[in-house]
Design a protein around this ligand. Sequence first.
Ligand code: PEP
Length: 251
Amino acid sequence: MRKLLIAGNWKMNMDRGSAVQLAQGIAARAAEFPGIDLLVCPPSIYIAPVADAVAGSAVAVGGQNMYHQTNGAYTGEISGAMLQDVGATYVILGHSERRTLMGETDEDVNAKLLAALNAGLTPIVCVGEILDQREAGQTPQVIRSQFTRSLAGLTAEQMTQTVLAYEPVWAIGTGKVATPDQAEEVHADLRKLLAEYYNNAIAQQVRILYGGSMKASNAAQLIAQPNVDGGLIGGASLKVEEFLGIARAGM
Ligand code: PEP
């Protein structure tokens, strides 16, 4: 049975004090959600204080990005080992904001993914179509292409250590959530791709999160879908009640 993962992507929000406060608020109530993995991904500069704030609770901490090199002359970049060093155990890779605003390609995501696994982090690899692609009926091809290119060269074992996130770009930060059927259709396709490229046992093991305007009021129906194993949440992860409301919807 796959354990649900409820992950908050705090993006470039908050200051140090409010980040620590939010982390403490979530950690204080984490024991109410024994069957669910909780993860918060603050801005990288706040990972260390947030990791301190959740220490002793079941809340994990992750980065929102990393560089694929281990060290060297890469001004402004952060390695997987550095994320680990300050308390992160997960890292989000290939978020659509990085793909569109920072020009990250599937090949970049792939290099980061292999580096993240080598650093012992659990990567969360995001895929998702833009609205034009959905309206043109291209979603399955877009997802297949992102899947094969972003995950190229992953061994079966590495695949089981990786989390996937389906994040339709038109649903991110827009308030326009995918319907449970729309989400399930793509999640089921992703699981079929896992079976095709690996095998059925691995396909059944890998967690696939939904992301895109998920909140406490719409989470239950999404999480109830057989192939939806939790959520990657942006805006609604910035408030304790709303974030834990999503976790509660998975109980
Ligand atoms: C995200 O950024 O991964 C996301 C899903 O954002 P939101 O929940 O705000 O749509």
